[in-house]
Design a protein. Structure first.
Ligand code: SF4
Length: 381
């Protein structure tokens, strides 16, 4: 069994951002305490659920995502990590990431979680420009983001990632690049760059309508993406995935499991798992999740076995997110699917349009192809 990834969903936030579509709610101390006990319990019970003995299965990445995991007390993070180490064999070199927001990433917290074994910090900076942060409903400012980076270095974090968002309301290409340059100046090992997605009922949609804010035209959004990737490349980062760049060797090993056909177990409300060709998710509501764990009831829901068709489609779609692309020979060997025979016409069209390139048996998207990846990847579904 290849090493697993463990994902721990922490569903609490200090306030709710205007664009957020994640599974989260406002922080409540009592509920957070019961949540931390429940998630540790769910982790300890995991080997038994899969017919394993505690410590049999190896987990070489652990990722605390949210929500805002940095709102939990460091003691709770420590206890959850202890549960992971009891239930799984976690090697000394395991990558252990925690997501944090700048306003809740104080020095003492960072020192304690670092001492507990967290060795990678992912900071939700989003922008270094105050008006943009206010429009998004973020509660930190650029000074707090810089302070959190300094506190992380002081606490001994040598693997730091910053999240930035582009195509924000009223944001120009130049303003976006100012944030990218400000991020580069902080010398993080890794950056994730996302385009703002306005889901149908996002409060930000209403605010934009009320305040008459708009997003830049599509061509500017394309310029934002391409210019940012070029600036990051000049600064020594390599774009290893559509939205992610890193210093060589500092790619996010946990997220790579999602893109390379890996297996992972998700714990906490709404967390998804993929193991041995099956996929399921946990119940979403935090109260529901906590009461079920306390009562010894299952938290798992919507379990299903992926069809052979879904398995190869997913391998192709996630593989093409990576700069390295995918080996068409490996797809044929593992899934019995000849991509040339089935999609030769589309693949030629993508190459002629400069969206994809063939390198021996490898197929990969160009940067322009990554920009319109959703349209390109749709042909495989
Ligand atoms: S901090 Fe993240 S998870 Fe929480 S509301 Fe904002 S975007 Fe959503």
């Amino acid at each position: 069994m290849p090493p697993l990834g463990l994902y721990i969903h922490v569903p609490f936030c200090s306030s709710i951002c205007h664009y957020c579509n994640f599974n989260r709610g406002l922080f409540d101390e009592g509920l957070a305490r019961r949540y931390a006990e429940a998630v540790a319990g769910e982790i300890r019970a995991a080997p038994g659920r899969f017919g394993l003995t505690a410590g049999d299965a190896c987990a070489d990445t652990i990722f605390f995502g949210g929500g805002t995991p940095s709102l939990l007390p460091a003691t709770a993070i420590h206890a959850i990590l202890d549960a992971c180490r009891e239930a799984f064999a976690v090697p000394p070199g395991a990558e252990v990431t925690i997501e944090a927001n700048p306003e809740s990433a104080a020095g003492p917290f960072l020192e304690r979680v670092r001492a507990a074994g967290v060795n990678r910090l992912s900071l939700g900076v989003q922008s270094f420009r105050e008006p943009e942060l206010r429009r998004l409903g973020r509660i930190h400012d650029a000074a707090q983001a810089r302070g959190a980076v300094a506190a992380a270095r002081e606490a001994g974090f040598d693997n730091l990632s910053l999240d930035l968002m582009m195509w924000l309301p009223e944001q120009s290409v130049r303003e976006w690049l100012d944030s990218v340059e400000a991020a580069i100046d902080l010398l993080p090992e890794h950056l994730s760059l996302y385009m703002l997605e306005l889901y149908p009922n996002a409060p930000l949609r209403d605010e934009m309508a009320r305040a008459d804010w708009s997003q830049a035209p599509d061509d500017d959004a394309a310029d934002m993406y391409e210019a940012a990737m070029a600036a990051l490349e000049s600064a020594g980062y390599w774009q290893y995935e559509i939205s992610n760049v890193s210093r060589p060797g500092r790619e996010c090993r946990h997220n790579l499991k999602y893109w390379t056909d890996g297996e992972w177990l998700g714990f906490g409300p709404g967390a998804h798992s993929t193991l041995a060709g099956a996929r399921w998710r946990n119940v979403s509501g935090t109260d529901d999740y906590v009461s079920r764990v306390a009562a010894g009831l299952a938290v798992e829901t919507e379990r299903r076995t992926l069809t052979p068709e879904e398995r190869w489609q997913e391998a192709v779609i996630t593989g093409l997110r990576l700069q390295a692309g995918l080996s068409m020979r490996a797809v044929a060997g593992t899934y019995g699917v000849d991509l040339d025979a089935r999609f030769g016409g589309d693949l030629e069209r993508f190459q002629e349009a400069g969206l994809a390139v063939r390198d021996g048996d490898r197929l990969r998207l160009t940067r322009r192809g990554m920009l319109v990846a959703n349209e390109v990847l749709r042909v495989f579904i």
